[in-house]
Design a protein around this ligand. Sequence first.
Ligand code: PEP
Ligand code: MN
Length: 351
Amino acid sequence: MKNVFDIIKRPILIAGPCSVETEEQFINTALRLKKAGNADILRGGIWKPRTRPDSFEGIGAKGLPWMVKARELTNIPLTVEVAKARHVELCLDFGIDMLWIGARTTVNPFAVQEIADALKGTNIPIMVKNPINPDLALWLGAIERLEKVGLTQIGAIHRGFSNYSEHYYRNRPNWQIPIAFRQERPEIPMLCDPSHICGRRDTLYEVSQTAMDLNFDGLMVESHITPDDAWSDAAQQITPEALKELIQSIAVRDDEFRDKALLKEMREDIDNLDDQIVKLLGERMKLALKVGKEKKEQNITILDEKRWKTIREKYKEKGLALGLGENFLDKLVGQIHLESIKQQSKYFQEN
Ligand code: PEP
Ligand code: MN
């Protein structure tokens, strides 16, 4: 059987409301998405894992026939979130085309295993959202559980990571995590869900464009006929027409350079600089160790708060003047300093 993810042209667009609310709402959303002309797959939340009780927790199985009707009218395949075996059974009964596991379910290996067991013997396409916590192994582990029961049509969805203090994003993107995912499993298609990363409409463009620039395979975007009246996630949903505009405004880039010779030359320059950076770091560490030996000799603490403050400030001052980001400089010097401390501690303890 052909892998459905290989058939759909890039970028894949999955669109539809956060929640299926009424027959009319879902069907009208589907028809308007069809008219807007770019949704490859229709999404709809039937069972909604909500953070607090007393919110709308999904219309339940009675929404499935409405989705099936929308598919008949639009010819667009359907995808539904599943969180337990019963959801899987109902989706299979109704012939839902594709499933996804939500972020609050991916965190729980028992729940993922239950879903995997319920899917044994099928080869329905399924996507796995990242867990709400920034844990790459947990995300990969969920995928492995599905693979172990024989599923081969598997995709991943990056929807950001929850956190306490962030205000700009609803779920911080931590792009390095989906990038690390792709290093481990480059063959698995990676979609981005900007809706749950942003939590608001006005930043959907920048997150979607970033995903495209990072060579993601597609987007899952929440779309509703009357977003402000949505029963869940109202602030982040957009109309099918606004979605069309959003998609048109996003630039999709090639994933290979046309002028390979020029690229090769430029990359050689970068490689040379990288060699020098590593060499300098090694030399710096040797000097730090020398200082460490002297500290041990004179019996003084490894950490010298004043010196550390001066170093940090120097990095910041020089780096900012060169156009480097403050956060980056802070992390960079933090890591270098930590390595010095580690090496000095090792020396202290072994000698
Ligand atoms: C959703 O897609 O509506 C949803 C509940 O998303 P997540 O699992 O990413 O929170
Ligand atoms: Mn939602």
